[in-house]
Design a binder for this molecule. Structure first.
Ligand code: DMJ
Length: 804
């Protein structure tokens, strides 16, 4: 559905002349931008005006009260000083009586008064510290001396001037005027003769006589009516689409009401809820941290990672905006990229993160804008238009800089790059080693760029990494998580599918699919690795028999640690993708010569792991998974090949609740209970639904989505935040919105609830940051330039070889 307002019904005009269409497009884009800007500004201005007025009134009242107290205290002090001698001679009982009548201060009073003052002083300081407060309405730290003769003379002068200019009815109108009325009134009933602030005396202005109150009232009323009408129009109040209004968090009553049975659920309606979450997230970022690389939604601030910013959030979110057809927001993002983005900065960046998020985001935006011009319709290649191929040019410029990471003795890229200096930099930690996953999760992006530009170097250098890794002949295809760029050898024995290991496996099968299965070498590597995973890492939990993928921190000879990072939950979806090669399971089973026992077994493993990941969500108080979960396994872990039946899904609804047996298999340590809005589980749910067609995966996703909305939404339209502890209610919040929240998590929710023909899995591959890139045919220029060494020997994780 196109969400752009179309007051002139341009959509329905059947004009075929290209010039007219282009003109309409320009008109539409301009109108959309203007409307959005006007709407945002009007909303902001109205909100600010209301807030300012409320604050002003509040502060004015407080100010008046405190100042009156101060004046009264000062008067009492004077009185006390004058009567000091008399007080000395009075008896204690008399003093007490006077005190009760409020005519004098006891000996302890000055100290008490001082204490009170200190407290107030602190309060005032707090008010100054809070940037949200209106400093101009705070109590002045030093109350002015009202007995100063110079001040009294000034007062008389201002009072006379005010009376002259304003006349007797001055002060009757305006929001601010009202405030001053209040303040002045408290200070002195004849407030026009004693202004609150000497630099802004009441009623004194350069304009001479004030407008007549009635006329002024009419003007204010007229202006107010106009603003209200404008706001109502822009919020869609006068038409049947209440799209904008729904984006307010307060309207999300559906959280408790939409509990429809699977068969009755309206998935497109649920998908709209995801769009609203995206709008809310983006608008909050746009409002509070536009252009910054980080967004802290609770404090409503932003921060840059480079002097001029890297567009970290804008670029990472761009293709999600496109897929959701949020045209005006895409226009704004594109404008920032065109006008503000520069890679020419003296800044060290992480090679992998910058490739998957920035290069991946730009390439995907390029792909979508050229292949799906109807999604958020902005043409990227209007002939002669300024900024033609903007996304591709920016991606290309970035890639040239990132390529310097590959200038190493082995060809394994350095962990970092200085963008401005075109210089690769070894990691400061880990003795200069790079993460294995980071070195091997650049290939989809560089290969697609090579295909677009015809520049073979992008292909060759990213591909070489795969050869260097494979030449190590890691036993059973399981690679340790660090590798040295200086030697090309692994640097540790630690093997896992969590952080630093995960996307090595993901990119094996995706490289195979990216080139239309023209490179079977990567399928071969994937198959080896999956067998290795089954053999060394898969086992079952003690009580309920959940299937898990553990870690081998001391190499394959060491013990199995029953620990799963949330990151590992990418695996069920990727196994399913590999098993059907992007087809639905039904199609794959029917395809002649395709289906076999191995694919069948792989789908079973995918289903079981998906259930375990879903259990990570069910286990937590908020329904949002922890960063790391441990599992209870027998002291002698069961091999994957042992006879095993996974538990029914209904196990999670065990009426025993907190005492349910299944819960004894899960364990979350306090320090791992954070939730960073990560996408891996919903990513896998998306693949599992697309491939199996089983609606339960959508249902699980819907429950997860509701938990995110319920527990991570931030007040005051702040968007959504990560949690420091997702295992308590209310959760402990973290004040950070990760860029992958909009890039991945919300995108996968949207796709999970979308019809299957949106970005079909046999036409696109999603990079590890959820940026869709196309499957393409390799020409003669680009082809796999290496072969695997024969596996007659195995190599230990430190590089020694031994007979297999
Ligand atoms: C993202 O940057 C990518 O999905 C990456 O592969 C893993 N980490 C985050 C999300 O969790």
């Amino acid at each position: 559905m196109n969400r752009v307002r179309d007051p002139f019904n341009l959509h329905n005009l059947s004009l075929n002349r290209p010039g007219t269409i282009a003109a309409i497009n320009i008109l539409r884009a301009t109108a959309t931008t203007a409307a959005t800007e006007f709407r945002d500004r009007a909303e902001k201005a109205a909100q600010q005006a209301v807030e300012t007025a409320a604050k002003a009134a509040e502060f004015a009242e407080q100010a008046a009260e405190r100042t009156r107290d101060a004046v009264e205290a000062a008067a009492k002090e004077v009185e006390r000083a004058l009567d000091h001698t008399a007080f000395q001679s009075q008896s204690q009982s008399q003093s007490q009586a006077d005190l009760e009548q409020g005519t004098l201060l006891p000996a302890a009073a000055p100290a008490a008064a001082e204490e009170t003052y200190d407290e107030e002083d602190t309060e005032v300081e707090e008010e100054y510290e809070d940037p949200g407060d209106m400093a101009s309405f705070s109590i002045p730290r030093h109350v002015p001396s009202f007995t100063d003769p110079a001040r009294q003379a000034e007062d008389r002068l201002w009072a006379a001037a005010t009376r002259q200019r304003a006349g007797p009815s001055a002060g009757a109108g305006g929001v601010l005027g009202g405030v001053q009325d209040k303040v002045g009134g408290f200070l002195n009933p004849d407030r026009r003769s004693l202004p609150m602030y000497k630099d802004k005396p009441y009623g004194y202005g350069p304009g001479g006589a004030r407008p007549r109150p009635l006329l002024r009232k009419k003007r204010v009323l007229g202006l107010f009516t106009l603003v209200v009408l404008g706001l109502l129009w822009f919020t869609g109040f006068f038409d049947e689409h209440h799209e904008r209004a729904r984006a307010k968090l307060g309207d999300w009553g559906w959280l408790s009401s939409d509990t429809k049975a699977r068969s009755k659920a309206d998935w497109l309606k649920r998908r709209e809820r995801v769009v609203e979450a995206m709008e809310l997230s983006w608008d909050a970022y746009e409002r509070y941290a536009w252009g910054y690389d980080e967004f802290h939604p609770v404090s409503k601030t932003g921060r840059n990672m480079a002097p001029k910013g890297l567009g970290w959030i804008i670029i990472d979110s761009l293709d999600t905006l496109m897929i959701m057809n949020l045209t005006s927001r895409v226009t704004h993002a594109r404008e920032w990229i065109s006008k503000s983005l520069t890679w020419d900065q003296d800044q060290d960046v992480n090679t992998f993160e910058t490739t998957i998020r920035m290069m991946g985001g730009l390439l995907s935006a390029y792909y979508l804008s050229t292949e799906y011009p109807n999604l958020a319709p902005i043409s990227d290649d209007d002939v002669g238009a300024p900024g033609e191929d903007l996304y591709l040019e920016k991606a290309r410029d970035l890639a040239d800089r990132l390529m310097s990471a590959f200038d190493t003795p082995s060809g394994i890229p350095y962990a970092s790059v200085n963008l401005g200096k075109f210089q690769g930099l070894p990691s400061h930690a880990d003795m200069g080693a790079s993460s294995t996953a980071e070195a091997t999760t650049l290939q989809l992006e560089f290969k697609y760029l090579a295909n677009l530009t015809g520049e073979k170097d992008f292909w060759d250098r990213s591909e070489k990494v795969m050869k260097v890794i494979d030449d190590n002949q890691a036993p059973d295809g399981l690679v340790p998580i660090f590798i040295q760029p200086s030697t090309g050898h692994f640097h540790t024995q630690n093997i896992r599918l969590g952080s630093r290991g995960d996307s090595y496996y993901e990119y094996l099968i995706k490289q195979y699919l990216q080139t239309h299965k023209a490179e079977p070498i990567y399928q071969d590597m994937w198959n080896d690795a999956l067998q290795g995973i089954r053999k060394h890492l898969v086992t079952y939990t003690e009580n309920s028999g959940f299937t898990i993928v553990g870690e081998r921190p001391s190499g394959l000879e060491g013990n199995l640690s029953p620990k799963m990072d949330h990151l590992v939950c990418f695996l069920p979806g990727t196994i399913a993708l590999a098993a059907t090669e992007g087809l639905s399971e039904r199609e794959a089973r029917k395809k002649p010569g395709f289906w076999n026992k191995q694919r069948e077994a792989d789908m079973k493993l995918a289903r079981e792991l998906m259930q375990t990941c879903w259990g990570m969500y069910r286990y937590m108080a908020t329904g949002l998974a922890a960063e790391i979960t441990y599992f209870k396994i027998p002291s002698d872990p069961l091999p994957e090949s042992s006879s095993h039946t996974s538990p029914p899904d209904s196990i999670f609804d065990d009426p025993a609740g907190p005492d349910a047996t299944w819960r004894k298999d899960y364990e979350v340590h306090q320090m791992d209970a954070h939730n960073l809005q990560r996408p891996e589980t919903v990513e896998s749910l998306f693949y599992m639904y697309r491939i199996t067609g089983d609606v339960k995966y959508r249902e699980w996703g819907w429950d997860m989505f509701k938990s995110f909305v319920n527990y991570t939404a931030v007040e005051d339209g702040g968007g959504f935040t990560s949690l420091s502890n997702a295992n308590v209610i209310p959760p402990v919040i973290k004040d950070n919105m990760e860029s992958f929240w909009m890039a991945e998590t919300l995108k996968y929710f949207y796709l999970l609830f979308s019809p299957e023909d949106l970005l079909p899995l046999d036409k696109v591959v999603f990079n590890t940051e959820a940026h869709p890139l196309p499957v393409f045919e390799v020409g003669r220029l680009l082809k796999t330039g290496w072969e695997r060494k024969p596996r007659t020997t195995t190599t230990t994780t430190t590089g020694e070889t031994k007979s297999a």
